[in-house]
Design a protein around this ligand. Structure first.
Ligand SMILES: C[S@@+](CC[C@H](N)C(=O)[O-])C[C@H]1O[C@@H](n2cnc3c(N)ncnc32)[C@H](O)[C@@H]1O
Length: 205
């Protein structure tokens, strides 16, 4: 799938995204997301896939954050939440496969529910590795495939349909993080082995 197709898919999803995601799932995951985003420090922060900005109220105040997303319509929908953030938050259209950011310029990357959607996940993760400073941190909230019966089979079966309108349900995101060169620090389950937080870092040279 080309990047234009990915952008169009998420532009279409932007219209109903808050309705589908903003009420149930977001309330449910709020404590885990708040705990993860609570790790935001005082350096340069990249937030990948800001979407409609549903995660922004969970960011600690006073941070310096660049939020990016491939979808201009997602970014437009996020504008009120971006404006309401009590800190420095900019939002920009950018594809994780082609980050327009200098090497080793970012202290921390945060993201949520993104690597279910990025078409070439290891390539995208390698870009995040490139822009992170040595020792820089990656913190993710993700849903993935499952090793548990029958969930793993169900998630595989759902993926050909789910990916037409949104995410893949069966990604091996933890393994992809390692494949991209990161050193894994912590994988914490949030729901079964499907929803989880993953923390990793770019090793020192
Ligand atoms: C499931 S949504 C999650 C949005 C938001 N993080 C949230 O949890 O509310 C996936 C997001 O990833 C974005 N996305 C997909 N592929 C991308 C890419 N290659 N580069 C940047 N963003 C991408 C989509 O536009 C969409 O906003």
């Amino acid at each position: 799938m080309s990047d234009i197709a990915t952008r169009r898919k998420w532009d279409r999803a932007a219209r109903s995204f808050d309705l589908m995601t903003g009420i149930g799932p977001d309330k449910r995951w709020e404590p885990a997301k708040r705990a993860l985003f609570g790790r935001m420090g005082q350096g340069e922060i990249l937030f990948l896939a800001i979407g409609t900005g549903l995660d922004i109220p969970f960011f600690p105040p006073g941070r310096r954050i660049l939020g990016i997303d491939i979808s201009p319509k997602m970014i437009a929908a996020a504008a009120p939440r971006v404006a309401a953030y009590r800190g420095e938050l900019r939002a920009q259209v950018m594809d994780v496969h082609d980050l327009d950011l200098p090497d080793r310029s970012i202290d921390q990357v945060f993201t949520s529910c993104t690597f279910c959607s990025v078409p070439r996940p290891v390539e995208g993760l390698r870009q995040l590795y490139r822009v992170l400073k040595p020792g820089g941190e990656l913190h993710m909230f993700e849903h993935t495939g499952s090793r548990l019966f029958p969930f793993g089979l169900m998630l595989h079966a759902m993926t050909p349909i789910s990916r037409r309108v949104g995410p893949d349900m069966n990604r091996v995101t933890t393994a992809n993080v390692v494949r991209a060169g990161f050193q894994l620090d912590r994988v914490q389950p949030v729901f079964l082995d499907v929803v989880k937080t993953i923390s990793a870092h770019r090793p020192q040279d």
